[in-house]
Write a protein that binds this ligand. Structure first.
Ligand code: HOZ
Length: 419
């Protein structure tokens, strides 16, 4: 870590990895396989971070490795269109009917940037409405009241973001439909888009309450604003067709990332053909990227999606998630520790709180010191949990029932030691 800190700010390339949210220093990893990570000292950890979400099949799944090996004999980058990109767009459209057309990027940040620009251009309006604690990457206009690393490090906003850039960003509370209705009543005619993580994952996992997403859909349509679902975390994770399938919501635009790249850098945004057709070169709205649609990254994404092409993997993820939720909650009950386990499918967060966690304020009100102590205890017991109260824990299809037994035992012991 000392060596890393000499050449990289904070020793890391993304702030939540620094462990500042929980104290201590991060292990440096050397290799990974299935649900396990191995650090430079040879210690093995059960991986509940999974690269912050992409690795839904675990590390180095056979199907993805074989596809990548094949692609490596053909091309690593092309600088021209390939059939692979078309196949990926078709696979996405089969799973998400609202995504008739897709534009590939290299990260979720770029996907959200592109979607917001397109929404503003298509509506001729400037205002964006986002939610406190939701995170849509680190583009300037979306760094208002953001979750993930900003929440972890308690950074209210970032220096270097001119006030004018966020002046057009309105912020409401997650799950507060009335608040959104009030904002719309005041400025609805100026709102280009509502952007939301359908299941918040960057303030820890916070599920949408019944009616919240449907209400956003109705309000957006009523005022002529677009609804952007940021499914970077939830896309192909909480259901074959993402959160839009799970909750029955049809967005105007969808942002994707993580699972769609199968562990390699891919993001995407998509929607109705009439909207997407406004993007350059078909239309005037600019978006570009040297490695957008990179054949290796697209190959990993395609191979991953094809492994997820039936309800079965999702049933398995759901069962494991339910077991984890129940096991963690009952450990809290047994030890008399107030705990709330928020879960949707295979994404989950434990909060040390009496009250339900339904928005950013309630997520922050939990006992963060206890979270840090339990995180430390898990790490000492060979479990790598996200080093922040404000990141989601993930399960993969590589996790076994035995892994869950071990995890629940470690959790119970870590909780007892921290109580
Ligand atoms: N924005 C990512 C998930 N919330 C963090 C990823 C990372 O730090 O690696």
């Amino acid at each position: 870590m000392e060596r890393a800190q000499r050449v990289m700010p904070g020793g890391v390339n993304s702030p939540v990895r620094s462990f500042r949210g929980v104290g201590g220093t991060p292990p440096f990893f050397a290799s990974a396989r299935g649900p396990y990570l191995v650090d430079l000292d040879g210690n093995r950890y059960l991986d509940m971070v999974l690269a912050y979400g992409p690795l839904i099949l675990g590390h180095l799944p056979e199907a993805v490795v074989a596809a990548l090996r094949g692609q490596l004999t053909r091309a690593e980058a092309l600088g021209g269109p390939s059939e692979l990109e078309v196949e990926l767009a078709e696979e996405v459209a089969r799973r998400m009917p609202a995504v008739e057309m897709l534009r590939l990027t290299s990260s979720g940040t770029e996907a959200a940037m592109g979607a917001v620009r397109l929404a503003r251009a298509a509506t001729g309006r400037d205002l964006i409405l986002k939610f406190d604690g939701c995170y849509h990457g680190h583009a300037d206009s979306l760094l208002a009241a953001a979750g993930s690393g900003l929440a972890t490090l308690a950074i209210p906003g970032s220096p270097g973001v001119p006030p004018g850039t966020v002046a057009d960003t309105l912020v409401a509370s997650f799950n507060d439909l009335e608040g959104v209705a009030e904002l719309f009543a005041r400025q609805g005619e100026r709102v280009a888009a509502v952007i939301v993580e359908p299941v918040a994952g960057n303030m820890g996992v916070v599920p949408p309450e019944p009616g919240f997403l449907a209400g956003l859909r109705t309000l957006s349509s009523e005022y002529g604003a677009l609804l952007i679902l940021d499914e970077v975390m939830t896309g192909f994770r909480v259901a074959r067709g993402g959160a839009q399938q799970r909750y029955g919501i049809t967005p105007d635009l969808t942002c994707l990332g993580k699972v769609i790249g199968g562990g390699l850098p891919v993001g995407a945004f998509g929607g109705r053909a009439a909207l997407m057709g406004q993007l350059a070169p078909a239309g005037p709205v600019y978006h570009a990227g040297t490695l957008s649609g990179n054949p290796l990254a697209v190959t990993a994404g395609l191979a991953t999606l094809r492994e997820l092409d039936s309800p079965l993997p999702y049933q398995r993820l759901e069962e494991m998630g339910a077991r984890l939720e129940e096991g963690m909650s009952s450990a809290g009950r047994r030890l008399g520790v107030p705990i709330r386990v928020n879960r949707v499918g295979s994404m989950l967060t434990f909060f040390f709180s009496e009250a339900a966690v339904r928005d950013y304020a309630s997520a922050r009100a939990g006992d963060l010191a206890r979270f840090s102590a339990v995180h430390r205890g898990l790490l000492e017991r060979g479990v790598f949990w996200p080093p922040s109260q404000f990141e989601a824990g993930f399960l993969s299809l590589a996790h076994t029932d035995l892994d869950l037994d071990r995890l629940l035992e470690a959790f119970s012991d870590a909780l007892a030691a921290a109580a």
